[in-house]
Design a protein around this ligand. Structure first.
Ligand SMILES: [Zn+2]
Length: 296
């Protein structure tokens, strides 16, 4: 029997999961702190030890997939665009492979999200699935016929860094007006703080919005919905997918799927539009299931 090992390497938590060949049959699962402040070598050692520990439960060489923040430059093999900064410029895949003595798959975490939702979650049975994570940042992935579509440079699906305003808000990537700066959870919290002087988490801002007596919350959530529909209507018109699945903290806002989805349908360049815009169905587990699904 072949086993799978999936790892979700997050900015704060790292999770490992051992499954049977069917990743839905989970055998073991463990979550630890990433401790990225301790640096790249520490992370590599920690990943190696986690995998090594689970190898004792495998009858033969397992299929191993790791989802990481950022992506791997396909020419140089080096990590880039990661907000776990110590990974950038490092050959994470080859460093781990040389310690393990077998090959592993490494993929962008939003691509892992899209893959698991396409094969096991809300997009199951659909040909073209677009997955969007609206959390600390904004990531995305495109899955066609059960496979991640990486593109020429391995950046396909990075919708968070497509600009919707060339004079817009500054983004850490060096551009202005990136979608991430308007519809990530971080962006909503920042806008609320700029307008009100108060620092609130996204769920608290949304509760204020629902209570109906916080003008700043109303403006900020309206702004989120307007930018969400504008950005996602662009994606919908460009790709015309069979479904769009939303993840991350912002996906818990029910208005995305009512008012937001209605606006997307109006703004999509088509005389009719029935693209389902839905919340993910695997929750926090979508990343790790996607990682386990990568190889093979
Ligand atoms: Zn950007």
């Amino acid at each position: 029997m072949i086993n799978r090992i999936g790892i979700d390497l997050g900015g704060t938590k790292t999770e490992i999961m051992l499954t049977e060949e069917d990743p839905q049959n989970v055998l073991k699962r463990k979550r630890i702190a990433t401790q990225q402040e301790r640096g790249y070598e520490f992370i590599i050692n920690q990943l190696f030890e986690l995998i090594n520990d689970y190898l004792q439960y495998c009858h033969q060489c397992p299929l191993i997939g790791i989802g990481i923040p950022g992506s791997i430059n396909q020419k140089t093999g080096l990590v880039r665009n990661s907000n776990t900064i110590c990974l950038n410029g490092k050959p994470l895949k080859s460093d781990l492979e040389s310690r393990l003595n077998f090959s592993i798959s490494v993929e962008n975490d939003a691509n892992c999200f899209a893959l698991s939702e396409a094969l096991l979650g809300a997009g199951k049975g659909k040909e073209t699935v677009i997955g969007l994570i609206m959390g600390t940042g904004m990531g995305g992935g495109i899955v066609r016929n059960g496979k991640i579509w990486n593109g020429l440079h391995g950046i396909a699906g990075e919708f968070g860094h497509t600009s919707i305003d060339y004079n817009g808000r500054d983004c850490w990537c060096g551009e202005k007006g990136c979608l991430e700066r308007y519809i990530s959870g971080t962006a909503v919290e920042q806008q609320y703080e700029i307008s009100s002087g108060k620092r609130l988490k996204l769920d608290a801002i949304y509760r204020q919005y629902e209570a109906g007596n916080d003008e700043t919350a109303r403006l900020v959530i309206d702004d989120l919905l307007n930018h969400f529909s504008r950005g996602i209507a662009n994606i919908n018109t460009a790709f015309d997918p069979d479904i769009i699945v939303i993840g991350g903290g912002v996906s818990n806002i029910p208005l995305l799927y009512t008012r937001g989805a209605d606006q997307i349908r109006k703004q999509t360049f088509s005389d009719e539009c029935f693209t389902p815009i839905v919340k993910n169905s695997l929750g926090d587990s979508s990343g790790i299931f996607g990682a386990a699904l990568l190889p093979g």
